[in-house]
Design a protein around this ligand. Structure first.
Ligand code: ADP
Ligand code: MG
Length: 236
């Protein structure tokens, strides 16, 4: 029964036209799992923001994306929903290791992302962990071995990649760089380069930022494959 649902869902994703002149307006129109639909309605999310309607269909189909839209435009769901859905459609389980890694420039932003993930992802079976330091490396380490989705700051994540053997990242499907402009401004460029060295090349990468800068496009050139550039300028 469940197998059947996922196959139908995958077919609906394949049938999406991400460049459509009529992008989806309501989440119910988007081919999302029932678990995600329930999480969205419990959180009272009904209509997609512009950046969401232009990136979610592409991301569901597995494209690499560089998305730019100002602060407050809803970029968090633009990557969290594809993370949940793409792992769900791959029937990701506890045994598959880390399926998605979401990098955020600061601990505070990482915590915010994690809280949204817990809300909209509450009906999914995935395990999710925050990797932001503050606890002992050992304490974080013990939980990392069992996580499917990690929300992390770059420095702390790299520390684990270098030192935590329990970390099973070789199967990673998705890398998300949120606030890529701030990640670069805060001097994490080399840390990101080193992190990417640890990741499988065959993966989907989503990058989001509030502004488009040269540093962001340089980072995109190195980490994205034939990316779709989606930039939203809304009148204030
Ligand atoms: P950004 O990362 O672009 O700065 P956020 O993802 O933090 O934006 O979202 C900003 C605010 O908009 C949050 O309070 C969030 O709950 C709300 N929001 C996001 N998407 C939607 C939506 N589709 N419908 C209503 N509110 C939304
Ligand atoms: Mg944000």
């Amino acid at each position: 029964r469940e197998e059947e649902d996922i196959d139908t869902l995958s077919q609906r994703v394949a049938d999406l036209d991400p460049k459509s002149s009529a992008p989806p307006e309501n989440f119910v129109e988007v081919p999302l799992s029932q678990a995600t639909q329930d999480g969205l309605s419990a959180s009272h999310f009904k209509t997609l923001t512009t950046i969401q309607s232009r990136t979610i269909p592409l991301a569901l189909q597995g494209a690499d994306i560089l998305g730019a839209a100002k602060t407050g435009s809803g970029k968090t769901l633009a990557f969290l929903l594809p993370v949940l859905e793409n792992l769900y459609r791959k029937r990701w389980t506890d045994y598959d290791g880390v399926g998605a890694l979401i990098l955020s420039p600061t601990r505070e932003l990482a915590i915010q992302i994690f809280e949204v993930l817990r809300k909209v992802g509450r009906n999914h079976m995935f395990s999710a962990g925050l990797v932001i330091g503050g606890k002992s490396l050992q304490e974080e380490r013990e939980r990392l071995g069992r996580m499917n989705i990690l929300v992390a700051t770059p420095g702390r994540m790299l520390q684990h990649m270098d030192q935590t053997s329990e970390l099973d990242i070789g199967n990673l499907q998705m890398l998300v760089l949120d606030e890529a402009d701030r990640i670069m401004d805060m001097g994490f460029s080399q840390t990101i380069d080193a992190l990417i060295e640890h990741l499988p090349r065959e993966r989907q990468t989503l990058m989001f930022s509030a502004t488009q800068t040269k540093k962001v496009s340089d980072l995109a050139r190195l980490s994205l494959k034939e990316p779709e550039f989606v930039s939203v300028h809304e009148a204030a």
